[in-house]
Design a protein around this ligand. Sequence first.
Ligand SMILES: [Zn+2]
Length: 435
Amino acid sequence: MADAMLHPEFETLGAEAVRAEQARLWPAQWRHVRNSAFYHDKLGAGTPEDLPLDAIAELPFTGKDELRRSQERTYPFGDYLAAGEDRVVRLHRTSGTTGRSLQLAYSRADAALTAQIGGRALFASGLRPGDRVVHCLNYCLWTGGVTDHLALEEAGACVIPFGVGNTAKLVETILDLNVTAISCTPSYPALLEKMLREAGSAPRTLGLRLGLFGGEAGLDNAAFRDGLEATWSFGVRNANYGMSEVISNFGSQCERTTDLHFHGADAIVAEIVDADGGSLPIREGATGELVCTHLAKECQPLLRFRTRDVITVTGTGACACGRTSWRFRVTGRTDDMFNVRGVNVFPTAVQKAVAGRPELSTGHFRIRLEGPGPYDRILILAEAAHGLLPADWPGAARALEAAVREVTGASAAVELVAADSLPRTDGKTSLIERT
Ligand SMILES: [Zn+2]
């Protein structure tokens, strides 16, 4: 089992040993984080010199808007910078979809830690020394380029920095260099496939054995994954879950489950908090917002950072792969959540329901929300499946309503529209239209 992990000595630790390691790291981080003007002021006078790890849940949350304001006050890194600016060796910028982007500062130690956790995640997804992996994300500013590149290196693979664009050159490079793995967004293979088919070639002739994906939703859709695997005959892994304010990649699928492993326990204390901000124990079935506290961050350490990602814990204890880290699924975003007669609904749940009936719908849809809510039911505009006769649309709509009700627990009204009539989203576009 050991050769299936990058850090077997850590990745097989039991929960108590992991907690002990966190307790060992925490005191120094607690002292360090208060070097920043931001936390010095936020925590105020009377903050204890020593704070037990278990008392983290009593600290105030940190929101992304606070970080934004901090960077407006003190440009570019914000007054939550806890180390001298001369410690910063890399600057990234977030590619945030809401509000202004943030500047991220890495010291050498931060860069090493980020690569270490990211490498662990990519190795878990099946990347190995001896692999040649072509990295096809944009290298401009965001962490998807250089930082992910360095994590791929950390896993031990030979990394080919390709970036985006010029698919003809990419195909040539993959064939010429006997590339075995590709790291890209889930929508990228479709682009490559189109080009290959136009050239009279099939995707599987490229000989890739592993597809490492991240950065967009979609991989939770079993039909989408199966389609990718069938077309390319490579292993499909969501190999990159994280957020650049915390650690850019701390979650990935191993070769034995489609849930995400939490790989970052020696860098982050993770909490799950309910709608009222109460901390829930990390137990199977727990659902809430992921909140992260750094354990070993030098430049921009954060306390109880609200990620706005809602996750569900799907497993604790050992996984079939041998790793003991807990597993989870991303259920949605707190920003996208809406309430229907007391039931919290996420667009991703609606997506799951609609995508589960490919004979009725292409899987593309929009949710219409009128006013601030709460709402009586979910109004959904969904595309009919290709070839579904208009006479069959009313019956299909009722069946989709039942499917949505079953998955979300909320009632729905579905209206069908023609296939391919809704604008395509790139995974970051909202599935909700508010009027
Ligand atoms: Zn596993």
